[in-house]
Design a protein around this ligand. Structure first.
Ligand code: CO
Length: 209
């Protein structure tokens, strides 16, 4: 474990720095968390949720998986969403993808990666629904970027289709879903303008009354 000593040393310095800037910070946080946002992002090490949006511990509830997918039957993601919406009462859920996503790039190819190919099928499903948009694109980079954006929109819709989100809206709870993409090349976020705050924009087949 000696090899990890630098990480533990980093941690002690980090905690000391926060505590000296804001005495009692951790003591106060240990009593409760009241984040207003749920972040659903990619596991990619270059996309650290809190740092990107300048939020401290306690301010952002986070779920990350490969390629920021909200699958209809993913118990893990749905459990996070339920707790965030019903117990923490977050006001916003942000699905954040990122350009140059390895999961998205892999989904556009045919190579075998093993078990994870089952997960990447979720992204192939997005591609197939928008196949015609890719026809005019020549470079692989452009295709990956477009699929990164389309995947975020799809996952925002998937969220809106859940019983958890629709129940919240039925109760009159304020909850807005957002779709963003992060540029690992410049550190900047782009709002895809696909926010949803109620059921009116949902395709009728997904509306649960
Ligand atoms: Co990624």
């Amino acid at each position: 474990m000696k090899i990890l000593n630098n990480l533990l040393a980093n941690n002690r310095k980090w905690a000391e720095d926060i505590e000296s800037a804001q005495p009692g910070f951790f003591q106060k946080l240990s009593k409760q968390q009241k984040p207003e946002y749920l972040w659903i992002g990619c596991s990619d090490s270059r996309v650290p949720a809190n740092e990107i949006v300048g939020l401290l511990p306690g301010e952002l509830f986070v779920h990350r998986n490969v390629a920021n997918i909200v699958a209809h039957s993913d118990l893990n993601c749905l459990s996070v969403v339920q707790y965030a919406v019903e117990a923490l009462k977050v006001k916003h859920i942000i699905v954040c993808g990122h350009y140059g996503c390895g999961g998205i790039a892999a989904a556009l190819k045919h190579e075998k990666h093993g078990f994870i190919d089952n997960w990447l099928s979720n992204i192939k499903d997005v591609y197939i629904r928008h196949e015609e948009k890719f026809e005019s694109l020549e470079s692989e980079k452009e295709k990956v970027s477009l699929l990164c954006e389309l995947n975020v929109k799809e996952q925002v819709n998937n969220l809106a289709h859940t019983t958890i989100v629709q129940d919240a809206w039925d109760r009159g709870q304020k909850l807005t879903l957002h779709g963003w993409v992060y540029g690992i090349h410049d550190g900047l976020l782009k709002d895809l303008d696909v926010s949803i705050s109620d059921k009116t924009s949902l395709h009728p087949i997904y509306r649960i009354e």
